[in-house]
Design a protein around this ligand. Sequence first.
Ligand SMILES: *Cc1c(COP(=O)(O)O)cnc(C)c1O
Length: 411
Amino acid sequence: MTDLADSPAVRRLADWDHERLEALADEHGTPLYVMDLDRVKENYTRFAAAFPDAEVMYAAKAHTGKAVLEAVLEAGADIECAAWGELQRSIDAGADPNTLQYTAVNPPDHDLDYAVDLAEDAPGLTITIGATDTLERLAERGYDGRIAIRINPGIGTGHHEKVATGADAKFGIPYERVPEVADRVREEFELVGLHAHAGSGVLTEGLEEHCQAIERVGKMARRVGDADLEFVDVGGGYGVPYREDEDPLDLEKTSNMVRDAVGELEATLKLEPGRYVVADAGLILSEVNTIKDAPDTTVVGIDASLATLIRPAMFGSYHPMLNVSAPDREPEPVTVGGPVCTSADVFAHDRPVARPEREDVLAIGNAGSYGYELASQFHSQPRPAEVALEDGQSRVVRRRESLEDVTRVEQ
Ligand SMILES: *Cc1c(COP(=O)(O)O)cnc(C)c1O
């Protein structure tokens, strides 16, 4: 446990075994997702060790692959889910349904049916509501079990406005209405906790604002009676450095600031990081197929696309890149793009990469979170295979899709 907790705060592309990566690309083809499960366990353990008296869950949506869920369970995490499929997959990976927390955001009927069904045999399941309609719909289904209230703290943080959930009316009960909703929950259900998730991708400089949201959650917990709550859950949102020159989150500082912000509580503090646990444990290997000298730049065509990793197109995200076939060649500024017919299918502009040649393998780093989960079959591209590394071994945990997988549901 201790050496996992003492693991490095960041793993950069340069830290991976490049020869091994090239061999994996050779063996399994490209594009290929690689997930290092040992690193997943290190990340979880290091984060949890920084919050010794808190309960640290894993937010499944960052990467819901079975091997990853098994790894976080092995590391001791409970799992936070935001959809019925995530609940089922967590159970399939070995989670005790009594330990699951289901965050219902505009939940479809099927999700509520599933959760209520599950709670019949697993009364420890917690359902987090962000609208009173959800309470009514749960009551209609005969549910009177554990409820946490998601608070809208009115302050959002994160790497992009599309993930700054804390101030978005879509999420949580408006702050001033929380006491009245808490009374109502206490009448009809079992109120076990308060919850807020203010944003995503927060690094050391975003902590101040992140903690303002957390401060409001702590205040509200005392207002509704923290002694009668089991937990106060301040969500996830802890960032990783995507750029090589960015510093990793200072976990000790983060822990102190979060503790200070939430204040004295008789309830257990909970956190639910997703990205932090899996981001730097994963990368994509992609083969160069085209080198084109254009007037202003050299275009490097690769076989990964926005269907493989949508973050650059969706959020303008920076992902580090490394030529694992020839890391020592002279770096040259290049534009790297995939085979999809839109200008959005570009991973990098004018990025210095060790001069790529056709058939080189490029690694795209920090692809472990919101990578495979958001992969699509756009352009009739079967989704890539995924290889897991663990204890010095590698194994395919998701085979490459075939075209039959793409067309299977057509009638
Ligand atoms: C997405 C999400 C998380 C995890 O966010 P990260 O930025 O990946 O840490 C945690 N809790 C809730 C409710 C979420 O929706």
